[in-house]
Design a binder for this molecule. Sequence first.
Ligand code: SF4
Length: 410
Amino acid sequence: MADIQRRKSVTVKIGSGDTNTVRAGWEAPVVVQSMTNTDTADAQSTIDQVEALALAGSEIVRVTVNNDDAAAAVPHIVEGLAKRGIHVPIVGDFHYNGHLLLKKFPACAAALSKYRINPGNVSIGRKDDDNFRTMVEVAVEHQKPVRIGVNWGSLDQALLTRMMDENNRSANPQPARDVMMEAMVVSALDNAAAAERYGLRRDQIILSAKVSGVRDLIDVYTNLAARCDYALHLGLTEAGMGSKGIVASAAGLAPLLLAGIGDTIRVSLTPAPGGARTEEVHVAQQILQSLSIRSFMPQVTSCPGCGRTTSTYFQELAEQIQNYLRASMPVWRQQYPGVEELKLAVMGCVVNGPGESKHANLGISLPGTFEDPVAPVYVDGHKYTTLRGDNIVEEFKQILDNYVVTHYGQ
Ligand code: SF4
């Protein structure tokens, strides 16, 4: 497997005060981030969700800062998290009124670890250039990095119209794709240059240019990456729900990551009603882990099952083991360094079960029936025991726990 040659981007440090310092750039691992969907003014709910995202492994969490109440809540959120021992850097997402909020609420400006500015609604292409400048100057004053986040849903219309005119195209009703992609890159680069003129250093600037089409995403980031050395945040915006959002995000991010492009990533899934917000963190981690870029948690190899699968018991086993690993990781990550490299196999029968199990650290296959389950267990390629009866899941978890303590305990 060929090594991935990371693009040599400038490394940005994100973190302040009570929070961890996370580095985003070519010398650092690709960072996973996420965003809350709580009302930021509801500090308690936001603290709860940030904590859940951080425990799931999100290394940066963004919150929207859209009004006075949200800005006033930010310092309390950061303080509340620190009291719970959660030190994840918090990024403020600003649109339209960010210049007003950052000036009016200096405690918010100080508590945040990074500001996200959308140049489409506070842009140098518009007459209100002062708004962008104000936000950058607050960042300079507080020594905070900024992400200049272009999004094609809110692209600077003045810039787009000018570029369409220059290319003899009309911006209405649908702008030409090629000009739009170029406008996104130009918007990001022009605003980054302006931010430097207003006092930010290159190692305080991250760029993003998010679109919702997979091919467009690959094109726009490939272009952007070739034209600058700023750190890049990747994400397919509005990826969608369920399997569509997951597959589209993986399809868009994987070619870029394999080309060494991308210093932080977010997977923007629409959660199912009542669904866990943390899913986007797990998917982002899985994309990086599937590409062997980073390891976040033990991987479970499980077969799809087929006509030979004599019951659904093995599917239940696979799901329960997966859930157990996820639930255990916040503690294991602290106590058992390297545990994320562990490999498990959960197989439905003896055709591939023993073979896959031998490639894993721990393997189990279930050739028995619901009424009479029988499950040979392999440890490091050797037959260890055979579990029987109705307590197989708990007994396998015990074997797993023992393996983790024995092999990863310090
Ligand atoms: Fe079917 Fe067995 Fe292969 Fe699983 S391991 S897919 S149950 S043949």
